[in-house]
Design a protein around this ligand. Structure first.
Ligand code: DGL
Length: 278
């Protein structure tokens, strides 16, 4: 594989800022890779939208990323993965990694009794994507899936430790606790930010699966398999200032993305560019 391709950036996208949890995990696990992040803040949320609309948005973003010469695409959004992974894989020439398969695999590795909970947006849960992915790995697993539509706005509002969030989490998650799940997949890229509250509500004997961490691992595996890892020369040259290495783009309100991004990526994110689709 030629080095210009190997040293090309990885395109990462989400409906908004949730995918930055995947970016954070990728920065830790793939420190030599350059990233281009696209947050579709003009059209967030994807959770309540129809599969057709989410597919159209996802395709538009993926084509833009390909026009920026990315070597691979990571769909850092469960809703977009649930609706658009197959079509993106069919129509693009670059490898496409989604968040659902890695999350399902991690859940199967950690579960004791094969009783697994999945939480996500309305679109993700209605798609049945997690049930399919888990049953492909273990047909005898029991899956309890629940949509938690209020979680995304709570995270966007910064209410990650708020008492109201705790009450809402207790309400959403009580059927999961009743069903005796031993593993809970955080099937939305916003949810790792609520992990402390969710862990408190579920209790210490339930393992939480952060699909962001698993997706970064899967991306490393795919790059390795296709010999697409960035080479060390490119790394040392550009590593001196990580903010120059990566590019962050949003389709609306870039300043808001910058403010949210700085909260959990620190100095790695210093500017956010605006890119709009007509
Ligand atoms: N980040 C999206 C996901 O992982 C949720 C946000 C949205 O509804 O757009 O499903």
């Amino acid at each position: 594989v030629v080095s210009s391709l190997r040293n090309a950036p990885i395109g990462v996208f989400d409906s908004g800022i949730g995918g930055l949890t995947v970016v954070r995990a990728m920065l830790e696990q793939l420190p030599g890779e350059r990233l281009i992040y696209f947050g579709d803040t003009a059209r967030v949320p994807y959770g309540p939208k129809s599969p057709e609309t989410v597919r159209r948005y996802s395709m538009q973003i993926a084509e833009w990323l390909v026009s920026q010469d990315v070597k691979a695409i990571v769909i850092a959004c469960n809703t977009a993965t649930a609706h658009a992974l197959d079509v993106l894989r069919e129509s693009l020439d670059v490898p496409v990694v989604g968040v659902v398969e890695p999350g399902a695999r991690a859940a199967m590795e950690r579960t004791r009794d094969k009783v697994i909970g999945v939480i996500g947006t309305a679109g993700t849960i209605a798609s049945g994507a997690y049930e399919r992915a888990i049953h492909k790995l273990a047909p005898d697993a029991t899956v309890h899936a629940t949509a938690c539509p209020l979680f995304v706005p709570l995270v966007e509002e910064g209410w990650t430790e708020h008492e109201a969030t705790r009450l809402i989490a207790a309400e959403y998650l009580s059927p999961m606790r009743g069903a005796g799940v031993d593993t809970l997949v955080l099937g939305c890229t916003h949810y790792p930010l609520l992990a402390p509250v969710i862990a408190d509500v579920m209790g210490s004997d339930v393992t939480l699966i952060d699909s962001a961490e698993e997706t970064a691992r899967e991306t490393a595996r795919v790059l390795g398999e296709q010999q697409l890892q960035a080479q060390s020369a490119a790394r040392t040259q550009e590593m001196s200032d990580t903010s120059l290495m990566h590019r962050f783009v949003a389709s609306d309100a870039p300043d808001r993305v910058l403010a949210m991004g700085r909260r959990f990526l620190g100095d790695t994110i210093r500017t956010v560019d605006l890119v709009t689709f007509t």
